[in-house]
Design a protein around this ligand. Structure first.
Ligand SMILES: Cc1ncc(COP(=O)(O)O)c(C=O)c1O
Length: 376
């Protein structure tokens, strides 16, 4: 049977899996990247094929800083940027450089399930802390800090995966103050920061940093293409230092210099901004369609209405189980992500995550229609 098959997902033909949390191939910017690559190749600069500078190419960091400053509505210093091979790569590097097996880290409940796997690879002791409609609950976190002594807290401050919520500016300040008081790092995964559909969210966590404790992680995976494996970390230079001066980069040089040079052209030619605008418009419409369809056809569920990102997070009445529902949904060839996947304590059994980024509007409607047959 034909399937949509890429890393992390395998959807049989005819199925609509509203759990898939990545862009659809049909909307990936092949033509724009071809134009950007031609622009770069025509410059005849063979240095793009060399080992790269450890912090990332300076021209690229300058271009990226200009692009981010406009998007964040806050100035970005290119010397505060370290080029990465995406958030997953740098999360692994953060664990490698800052933790030892058995160390404690704090994650949100729910959290991005694949980050939990990275922490498991490093044999970290993971403690969860709750979030609410304003993001991380600071009082609850403070209580946890009395008992535990984490190396870092991993948070998704803007348009959370899966919960869709955004940490308020006030709480961002409080979180940094707690970091200072208790001596932990704040690892902020800001992969959805620029996918804002109503208003610009508070700037990345690093803007609230007063004492060099915040690592703000960005990525081209959701604003351009995940296959590029390109991202950045924004932080005070003293925090970037151990990443720039390490054995990994000493041997292999800076990360993805060749891809960076093409993305540099995407930015210089204005193609990145145009593509991001296109994505925001597309996802805004898809979110409205999915949100309306869910409310109208499956009123039994309670929903978030996110202002950005990829996901609608919803829950069944207490006592009902999303995994049982998922099993029943197979009959109608429809899927979603059960909440338990996003829990580090095997909780959230009655939660479901829907993604509105992967499918077009017709498939979203069809998916909800199929699901409504079993939930009705
Ligand atoms: C919260 C979150 N962080 C990180 C990633 C992966 O980022 P990258 O492709 O840059 O490794 C994803 C992708 O789904 C995500 O949702």
């Amino acid at each position: 049977m034909a399937r949509i098959q890429v890393a992390q997902i395998s959807v049989p033909e005819g199925w609509i899996d509203l759990g898939v949390g990545q862009p659809h191939e049909d909307s990936l910017p092949l033509e724009q990247l071809a134009e950007a690559a031609t622009h770069r190749f025509e410059q005849g600069d063979r240095s793009i094929l060399q080992y790269g500078m450890q912090q990332g190419n300076a021209n690229f960091r300058n271009a990226l800083a200009r692009f981010l400053s406009a998007q964040y509505e806050a100035s970005v210093d290119p010397d505060h940027l370290f080029i990465t091979a995406g958030i997953s790569q740098v999360l692994d590097q953060i664990c490698a450089l800052h933790t030892r097996p058995g160390d404690t880290v704090i994650v949100e409940e729910p959290s991005y399930f694949l980050a939990l796997r990275i922490f498991a690879d490093h044999e970290l002791n993971v403690i969860s802390t709750p979030i609410d409609t304003d993001g991380l609950n600071i009082e609850a976190l403070e209580e946890k800090l009395v008992k535990h002594n984490p190396v870092f807290i991993y948070t998704i401050p803007s348009f959370h995966n899966p919960a869709g919520v955004t940490l308020s500016a006030n709480r961002r300040q409080k979180l940094v103050r707690l970091g200072e008081k208790h001596g932990f790092l704040i690892v902020a995964d800001e992969v959805y920061q620029m996918l804002a559909y109503t208003a610009t969210p508070p700037p990345p966590m690093t803007y609230f940093d007063t004492s060099a404790r915040v690592l703000s992680l960005g990525s081209f995976s959701k604003i351009l293409a995940p296959g590029l494996r390109l991202g950045w970390m924004q932080a005070k230079p003293s925090l970037l230092e151990p990443f720039i001066v390490c054995g990994y980069l000493d041997s292999g040089g800076g990360l993805n210099p060749f891809v960076s040079s093409i993305v540099n052209s995407m930015i210089e030619l204005g193609l990145q901004k145009d593509y991001l605008d296109f994505l925001k418009k597309t996802y805004r419409n898809r979110k409205a369609v999915l949100s309306k369809a869910l409310r109208e056809h499956i009123p039994l569920l309670t929903y978030t209405d996110p202002d950005g990102g990829y996901f609608i997070w919803s829950h069944l009445p207490e006592g009902m189980d999303a995994e049982t529902l998922l099993e029943a949904a197979k009959k109608y060839q429809v899927g979603f992500q059960p909440g338990v996947k996003f829990s580090s304590v095997k909780g959230l059994g009655n939660y479901l995550r829907f993604c509105f980024a992967f499918y077009g509007e017709a498939d979203l409607l069809e998916g909800v229609e199929r699901l409504s047959r079993i939930i009705r």
